[in-house]
Design a protein around this ligand. Sequence first.
Ligand code: ADP
Length: 279
Amino acid sequence: MIQVITPTARNIGALFVNRHCVSSTSLCRGLATLEYNTHDLHDDDSHRNHNTTANQHCAHSLLILGKPGGGKGTISGKILADFPQFRHVSTGDELRQHVRKQTQLGMEAKRFMDEGCLVPDNIMIRMVMGDAVEAIKNGQSLLLDGFPRTMEQAVALDKSLDVDMVINLCIPNETIIERISDRWIHPASGRVYNYSYRPPKVVGKDDETGEPLVQREDDKPENVMKRLQKYEQATAPLVKYYEEKGVIQTFSGTMSDVIYPEVKKWLDNQLAEDAAATV
Ligand code: ADP
């Protein structure tokens, strides 16, 4: 259950020091009333810090928007290497983990994922908000990769925390289709290969086990087209939504290695501006 809190301006009340540097209690609105069931996945996540003491932190929430197969994961990986203060929440990875572990959520989500459809908002909101709330309670900054993808998800997110930076990756459809058709996986381990830049040693076989590689159901060309169409309908409107909030920056191109230095420069500037504003 998500408590509905009237959306407010960025500086909600006296708790905000500035728009980014907030106490974790104020960044995460209405925390006490949020109930999410992610225990079936996280029970064994002993590496995570479960200290939930509310502390004063410069917590940031950064989103990464972009077409399916458009390099969100790659750019996120580079961001995390340079900015380790961010905790990565990737909805695609998390959903696949649920599917592998055959949790109830995973079983519900699988049929939508296999068909190249978006998983329903209520499932996604329940899954992501648990992570987001936990990170913020711990005073961590958050990098949300793959969420929100619909206006309903964006509105739900806004009710719980302030999104302060959004990266919009703009990649041509042809590049994406080419890239995805080259992607094959080893289902048992989740190892991912790409015939253009990370080919297996033997065509069609996993390097470690020699077992056959398969194409993810949602990477099959007919499903990729469906996902791109869904993106246009459901996710593209979010660009305007975040433009109106003045928090989004678009990066266009075809190669992550070329796009990323620009992303880093922008992120460095954003974080430096915040740091300056808090002294
Ligand atoms: P891609 O960006 O290539 O779609 P992801 O790994 O991010 O890959 O997501 C895989 C699938 O998981 C999506 O096709 C969709 O079915 C589901 N999914 C991920 N994030 C969301 C979301 N925020 N809302 C609905 N479905 C989602």
